[in-house]
Design a protein around this ligand. Structure first.
Ligand SMILES: [Zn+2]
Length: 285
């Protein structure tokens, strides 16, 4: 992906270098939350859909933090990808939705931070919190993606950012709140099944974004889509459970299999059409 020297987003809240307190927030704190965040860490991607409102997080301030060269490059990269999502989703909303796109804030943190959806620690993968409509990302996750999950390349990281922003798009479209309302009233297995539909739709939307970024900005390079597909494969529920030495148990899946995650991303890329991402209205996930 061509990103160096390009314009970044204004909607970055930089909390890096702030020592977040490990205070547990009300409601979903304690072991339950740790467990939830633990699952998120295993799955590699957000836990937002699992965690409800839980008190007020501290509003962040943009501090003059300067990290290592690698950290700064990662932060700059995220900022450029976020700007790309703003431009691209604004256009998609204009042409496919008919309402203006309201971009989210992306919180960069290192180690620990708080959100209305719960605390995030270094072990937490990126997540989107619908309560404050912010995406949370510790750029150390990119190294984990590369070293632990074997998904390297800048577009693997772009896919992770795009996936979280896709949850914001779902929130803007009213899909996330509807789905979470139903999830709160059904069994764990049924709730997990709805979560899979949410996540696969976010993967499909990420594909829609990637295609539009290619068409509108011309910033994709050869091999980029393959990098995203490798990342989607590596964070599939079945692959993660197998790599943890377990036999995959489909009723525990919350994000979908490797095959599903790759296929829905590809559907988004191939069609560029939000309506093709209707994971809630299909029998074949
Ligand atoms: Zn997700």
């Amino acid at each position: 992906m061509k990103w160096q020297g390009r314009r970044g987003s204004r909607n970055i809240e930089d909390r890096r270098g702030r020592s977040g307190t490990a205070r547990t927030v009300g409601g979903v704190g304690g072991i339950g939350l740790l467990l939830i965040l633990g699952i998120g860490w295993l799955l590699g991607i957000d836990t937002s859909a699992l965690v409800g409102p839980a008190g007020q997080g501290n509003p962040g301030t943009t501090g003059g933090y300067t990290g290592s060269a690698e950290e700064e490059a990662a932060a700059q990269f995220v900022s450029v990808v976020l700007a790309d999502t703003e431009q691209v989703w604004s256009h998609i909303f204009e042409t496919q939705v008919g309402t203006p796109y309201q971009p989210p804030v992306l919180v960069l943190f290192s180690g620990v931070t708080q959100s209305p959806c719960g605390n995030a620690s270094g072990a937490t993968g990126p997540f989107y919190c619908p309560v404050d409509q912010k995406a949370y990302l510790d750029t150390a996750f990119f190294a984990e993606l590369r070293d632990r999950f074997g998904a390297s390349g800048d577009f693997a990281a772009a896919y992770v950012v795009a996936h979280e922003i896709a949850h914001h798009v779902q929130n803007e479209l009213g899909i996330l709140s509807q789905a979470n309302q139903i999830r709160a009233q059904v069994s764990q297995a049924e709730s997990n099944a709805i979560s899979v539909r949410i996540e696969l739709q976010a993967d499909c939307y990420s594909g829609v974004w990637a295609r539009a970024a290619h068409e509108q900005l011309g910033t994709l390079e050869r091999g980029d889509l393959q990098e995203a597909l490798v990342a989607a494969r590596e964070i599939g529920d079945d692959t993660l459970q197998r790599e943890a030495g377990r036999v995959p148990r489909p009723h525990t899946f919350t994000h979908g299999t490797s095959e599903q995650r790759q296929r829905w991303f590809a559907i988004g890329v191939e069609t560029g059409d939000l309506t093709a991402c209707d994971t809630f209205g299909t029998d074949r996930l």
